[in-house]
Design a protein around this ligand. Structure first.
Ligand code: FO1
Length: 337
């Protein structure tokens, strides 16, 4: 197996990718050659413009994680970070203060914003940033592709007694970072998604893959938005590669993040089976063939099989790269039917 494509959000996807690459290097993945190429199609709908800078959280989390620059505790932003710029902005009374850019991280956003202003598409900007973050450690074995070069933004509708409609819409980052997803999400809207064009290489990465993996990223605002880019879903349905996903829900809840709230807003059952059947078996109009659930959710296997999915219950907590590599190996086993 030579070409593996992974649709990824931020932390969950990045941690899964660490394990996948660990398994390739350790040659513990059945049938995967040590010189396999991993192509990451990353969500860009979390992106936001703040203080005049374009911030791409999921692209940066994957890039920093695979380049060993990530802060391991936060799971986003840079290790060994300082916050002088953030403090100075606050001293000027500049809003928002609820979204913090570290000093090292600001350099990434300055480079990205300058290149975008010069007319480079996000895919070329990402490639330029990856020359620093991915090439030294991974050479050409890892490619990071934005799902689209077009501007898309996830917004969340929440209840607001003060507004005539009883609702107001906030950017996903405000919902997650300022509101801590503590208010119910009444609707999720991804502005610009229907008009977006798949980024360069995205459709080919799915069509030409030997295996496509959906890691335990948020099924609504990470995997869901990638699936919403026109032509991506069709490419997944048509690819000759097996498509296998990993449940982000363990024992009826997300491990981190806000998948519980967002799945509920879509009316999707917050369970390993609920998400697997939400993605749906390709044999019945969905986008996956296989689905990994945690041992805690082995009771869901029968329902998932009845839904046309090949599935298995294995430990899904990504406690370290070796444990995550074992998940990737299980996904490959499942992909073989
Ligand atoms: N998350 C927070 O909880 N607080 C922050 O201030 C914050 C800043 C931030 C800056 C850059 C970046 O790439 C990510 C940042 N995040 C922050 C995390 C971000 O909300 C998440 O990485 C994703 O958007 C969710 O998948």
């Amino acid at each position: 197996m030579q070409n593996i494509t992974v649709l990824s959000g931020g932390m969950g996807g990045a941690r899964f990718l660490q394990g996948l690459l660990h398994g390739i290097a350790a040659r513990t993945l059945p049938g995967v050659s040590p010189d396999a190429v991993v192509t990451v199609v990353a969500n860009t709908a979390d992106d936001l413009w703040i203080h005049g800078l374009k911030v791409c959280p999921d692209l940066d989390t994957v890039m920093y994680t695979l380049g060993d620059g990530i802060d391991p505790d936060r799971g986003w932003g840079r290790r060994d970070e300082t916050w002088s710029v953030k403090a100075e902005l606050a001293s000027y009374g500049v809003e928002p203060t609820w979204f913090g850019l570290g000093d090292r991280d600001v350099a990434t956003h300055l480079v990205r914003t300058q290149m975008l202003d010069a007319g480079y598409p996000l895919s070329q900007v990402t490639e330029a940033l990856c020359r620093r973050w991915l090439r030294p450690a991974h050479g050409e074995a890892v490619r990071l592709l934005p799902m689209t070069d077009d501007r898309v933004e996830t917004h969340v509708a929440i209840a607001d007694a003060d507004s005539p409609s009883g609702r107001r819409v906030v950017h996903f980052q405000e919902y997650w970072v300022r509101l801590r997803a503590e208010v119910p999400a009444e609707a999720v809207v991804v502005v610009g998604l229907d008009e977006a064009t798949p980024g360069p290489g995205v459709i080919d990465a799915i069509t030409d893959a030997d295996l496509v993996l959906l890691p335990p990223s948020n099924p609504v605002v990470s995997i869901g938005t990638i699936l919403g880019v026109p032509r991506v879903r069709e490419a997944l349905v048509a690819t000759r590669a097996p498509v296998v996903g990993v449940s982000p829900i363990i024992g009826g809840s997300h491990v981190r993040g806000m998948a519980n709230q967002l799945l509920t807003s879509l009316g999707v059952e917050v369970s390993a089976a609920g998400v697997g059947l939400h993605y749906g078996a390709r044999s019945s109009g969905g986008v996956i063939d296989g689905w990994l659930v945690d041992d805690a959710d082995a009771g869901d296997l029968e329902r998932l099989s009845a839904g046309g999915l090949s599935c298995r219950a294995v430990p899904l907590l990504m406690t370290d790269p070796a444990a995550t590599a074992a998940m990737a190996a299980a996904a490959i086993d499942v992909s073989r039917g």
